[in-house]
Ligand binder design. Structure first.
Ligand SMILES: Cc1cc2nc3c(=O)[nH]c(=O)nc-3n(C[C@H](O)[C@H](O)[C@H](O)COP(=O)(O)O)c2cc1C
Length: 229
């Protein structure tokens, strides 16, 4: 779309398998954003060999918010700064982020860059956290999971770093074998879906993911139009 020209989106993929549902969802998200007129930078953390472990070079120095971080972290900061929108696509691990994405935030969304300034450099940006969850959509765990993710990712990270808008798009049913929590709190794994049911399962999954992205893009366009009015 014309009004999104010159706008850039950073899609961050946090998965170790390129044939995963998470990677598939990230690729579809890239195509959807490009169709909406965005220039997309796909950051595949595993494929690019990002090391999520904190280092001395990237540890914050609370006495120096202008610390020069590692070249690798600075390159990621540049890519983050260049983006109007960020979409992080990841599997939900323990109601949280997988280590590679958590470490990317730890090392890159650093003191003096992402937070710790009166005018945060990430101010005005928007983020969609697209999290794939193994639990089935009807499981009672889904609502608490959404709440935990919203508190952690929106309030604890994005708003703290000056993002203007943050949304969690939680995508349950990311497994072919339905996962539910039993009466004793244990994991119960059901039978795999197959045939037409399987095809319908993934069509519906893709539709829900695309809906989150479309709503996010529409909100961003409305915001941009309001600013330029
Ligand atoms: C270490 C680990 C922790 C997980 N924690 C959760 C969880 O807290 N809630 C949930 O619904 N699914 C959980 N899962 C299931 C994953 O979310 C699910 O397997 C993934 O989203 C499927 O997408 P993929 O095929 O792209 O990996 C976990 C999986 C692993 C390996």
């Amino acid at each position: 779309m014309e009004h999104n020209r010159n706008r850039t989106a950073l899609v961050v993929l946090a998965h170790h398998r390129s044939d995963s549902l998470t990677a598939h969802t990230a690729r579809r998200t890239v195509a959807q954003l490009e169709a909406a007129g965005y220039t997309v930078d796909l950051l595949d953390l595993h494929a690019e060999g990002f090391d999520p472990r904190m280092t001395v070079a990237d540890q914050p120095d609370w006495g120096n918010r202008d610390k020069l971080y590692s070249a690798e972290a600075r390159e990621h900061m540049r890519r983050l700064l260049a983006a109007d929108l960020v979409v992080a696509v990841f599997p939900v691990y323990w109601m949280s982020l997988p280590a590679v994405l958590k470490g990317w935030i730890d090392r890159v969304w650093n003191y003096g860059f992402a937070y710790g300034r009166s005018k945060p450099r990430l101010a005005g940006k928007r983020i969609l956290w697209l999290g794939l969850a193994g639990a089935t959509g009807s499981d009672d765990i889904i609502e608490p999971m959404r709440k935990i993710l919203e508190d952690q990712l929106n309030t604890g990270i994005a708003y703290y770093c000056g993002f203007e808008h943050a949304t969690v798009g939680l995508l349950p049913d990311a497994e072919e074998r339905p996962q539910t929590i039993g009466a004793g709190g244990e994991l119960v794994i059901g039978d795999a879906v197959a045939g037409a049911e399987r095809a319908a399962h993934y069509t519906e999954f893709d539709r829900r993911a695309a809906e989150f992205v479309a709503e996010f893009v529409a909100g961003s366009a409305a915001e941009a139009a309001q600013k330029s009015a």
